[in-house]
Write a protein that binds this ligand. Structure first.
Ligand code: PLP
Length: 352
């Protein structure tokens, strides 16, 4: 059978090491998992109730257009209408849907280190990627990214805040960058960690979506909403592009429990804001402890921290973290997800 040679060696997800591969014998099966930037608390009670309520309708297909969810998302982003919102089976699917609308052959410019999925997704849809190194402060280097754009460039992805460095760029810088990009290039802002940034000068990318033809933003219910297992994400897109994105989209990919849970969770903005405040306090506590222990770390604006320590350090107290080299950082670095207070206590016990 003749298959596409470009698929050889493509791995859309390189999973964290298994427990069995861990060198340190902690002597218990109860490991704390801080490898995947999930929220330790899971869905809000209102989202759990909404999930249960959908079970009686599980024999029916979900709302293909996810209209009530899209309306709720539009309302949370003043000026946007439901027509500007596309949903996906996690924002990963929305990213693929967006790449599908780009002309080929061509390439996608990305910062590096960043989200490895960009590379495999681009390759699967037939696009190359061009990696532009982060600057000395571990932030996306916008001047260098702009300089990397050519006639072959179809899109630039800005992961903001960036996974795995945890750094962000304020809206004014993103706006200037969007204005400087040629109109034939799509700017994709991946804002999976939107809710964890403290700076009021960060938020508001929906204004750029409204004001331009070529800027989109993607967000997810997998992080602060604690719904990673239900797979719901979305994109904010100019209306002309929305029709194209829907044309590439697998119908019914967002299941009805996920739609209902996401809507219910959005209906509790104060509870979500409280979770995000707790995660930020815990992040500060973890970073202070890293500093006091003499460890190098990148100050984070997300629910994870990149730290200059090997995973084996934390395995001593039964905590699993992500090895930096799997994410483009050197050996000797780890990405540590901020857990709940007791999980973070276990993490920090390894320092003492
Ligand atoms: C977690 C994450 C996502 C979200 O993925 P989902 O498919 O929505 O679960 C997207 N981008 C980045 C950079 C992430 O870290």
């Amino acid at each position: 059978m003749k298959t596409r040679s470009v698929l050889e060696g493509v791995s859309p997800y390189n999973p964290p090491r298994l427990r069995e591969e861990i060198s340190v014998d902690y002597g218990s099966d109860e490991y704390v998992k801080l490898t995947m930037n999930e929220l330790s608390f899971g869905p809000l009670p209102e989202a759990r109730a909404a999930i249960v309520e959908t079970l009686s309708r599980a024999g029916r297909y979900p709302d293909r257009d996810a209209t009530p969810l899209r309306e709720a998302i539009a309302q949370a982003n003043p000026g946007l209408a439901a027509e500007n919102v596309v949903v996906g089976n996690g924002s990963s699917e929305t990213l693929v849907d967006l790449m599908q609308i780009l002309d080929r052959p061509g390439e996608v410019v990305i910062p590096w280190p960043s989200f490895p999925f960009y590379v495999s997704a681009a390759r699967v849809v037939g696009l190359d990627t061009k990696k532009v190194p982060l600057d000395d402060h571990h932030r996306a280097d916008l001047d260098a990214m702009l300089a990397a754009v050519t006639d072959r460039t179809r899109a630039v992805i800005l992961c903001n805040p960036n996974n795995p460095s945890g750094t962000y760029l304020p809206l004014a810088e993103v706006r200037r960058f969007a204005g400087a990009l040629p109109e034939h290039v799509l700017l994709i802002l991946d804002e999976a960690y939107y809710d964890f940034v403290d700076d009021p000068l960060y938020s508001g990318s929906h204004e750029l979506v409204l004001a331009s033809e070529n800027v989109v933003s993607t967000r997810t219910f997998s992080k602060v909403h604690g719904l990673a297992g239900f797979r719901v994400g979305y994109g904010l897109v100019p209306e002309r592009l929305a029709g194209l994105v829907w044309s590439t989209h697998v119908p019914f990919s967002v299941n009805q429990s996920g739609q209902a849970a996401a809507r219910a969770s959005m209906g509790q903005p104060e509870a979500i804001a409280e979770r995000s405040r707790l995660m930020k306090r815990e992040r500060e506590r973890v970073q202070e402890a890293f500093g006091a222990a003499g460890l190098d770390y990148v100050p984070s604006h997300t629910n994870f921290v990149m730290v200059g320590a090997k995973p084996s350090l934390f395995e001593k107290t039964g905590v699993l973290v992500r090895e930096g080299e799997a994410l483009g950082y050197p050996v000797g670095w780890s990405r540590v997800t901020i857990g709940g207070p007791e999980e973070n206590d276990r993490l920090l016990a390894a320092l003492g």
